[in-house]
Design a protein around this ligand. Structure first.
Ligand SMILES: [Zn+2]
Length: 269
């Protein structure tokens, strides 16, 4: 599943390739993904120039004078920018063809992704999002303050997008290991010092991953269509029964909220 670093990597790639480019044609090769794709995009975006690309959580926001195209990659979405005469692939569901004969295509086999539109930069999906993990609002006090009445476990707490956006399963496991916090600890039980460490670890891990081009577990491709297999060393995620890089103990895998959690019993207390 594309997580925040992947989406940020795509954003950076798209900035180079499509900002200031004019949309010539819009294709809805399919009427719906998770929700219906607005049919009016075919006319609304025609002859519009891309002003800016932003990311909010895992949403890509492509801004035009007439409004903002909101894209979410869901479980299996990917975006490529190719020559417009390149033949379509199976699951290429949405396409913008630019005047420079390049084509931006959204491919999404499982169709949990979304293509939506907002005239005024607001949308119910964006309105209740928590703060950005790489933004200034995410300081040493934030998680501590927000966690004071939270009985849920720390992993669920940092994955709650109403608190903080973009920390998916992989980065939650990795950050908790780096900070030395057991994933089953109640959020309320963790002290200020550990929250400060966790905050630093989250920022470090996400930044390092963005620098490496996103963590790639499956078939992620860079937006220019070249294969982009970036990998960074994961400390615990996907390493069940392998040795912890810190202490040599076996990494354990448990299930929390139907998701796999990997951790080290020795390093994370
Ligand atoms: Zn360990």
């Amino acid at each position: 599943m594309p997580e925040l670093p992947e989406v940020e990597t795509i954003k950076l790639g798209l900035e180079v390739l499509i900002v200031n480019q004019v949309v010539e044609r819009i294709y809805l090769h399919r009427a719906n993904l998770r929700w219906d794709i607005p049919k009016h995009l075919v006319t609304t975006l025609a002859n519009q120039s891309v002003n800016k690309i932003r990311r909010r959580g895992k949403y890509l926001l492509i801004e035009f004078d007439v409004g903002t195209l909101i894209i979410h990659l869901g479980m299996s979405g990917s975006i490529k920018v190719l020559d417009s005469n390149t033949s379509l692939k199976k699951h290429d569901h949405f396409e913008l063809v630019f005047a420079n004969k390049k084509s931006m295509r959204l491919n999404d086999p499982r169709r949990f992704g979304a293509v939506l539109f907002s005239k005024d930069n607001t949308h119910p999906l964006l309105d209740n999002l928590g703060i950005e993990p790489l933004g200034e609002l995410f300081d040493n006090e934030y998680l501590y303050t927000k966690s004071r009445k939270k009985q849920q476990n720390i992993k669920a707490f940092i994955m709650d997008s109403k608190i903080i956006v973009g920390i998916g399963n992989i980065y939650a496991c990795e950050s908790l290991h780096k900070a030395g916090i057991h994933p089953e600890r109640k959020a309320v039980s963790i002290n200020k010092k550990y929250y400060a460490t966790l905050t630093k670890c989250i920022k470090e891990i996400l930044s390092r991953s963005i620098a490496a081009g996103g963590t790639t577990l499956q078939d992620f491709s860079a937006v220019d269509g070249k294969p982009g297999y970036f990998s960074q060393t994961l400390l615990v995620y996907g390493r069940k029964n392998e040795k912890c890089t810190q202490c040599g103990c076996k990494i354990v895998c448990i299930t929390q909220s139907q998701r796999s959690t990997f951790y080290c019993k020795h390093c994370q207390q």
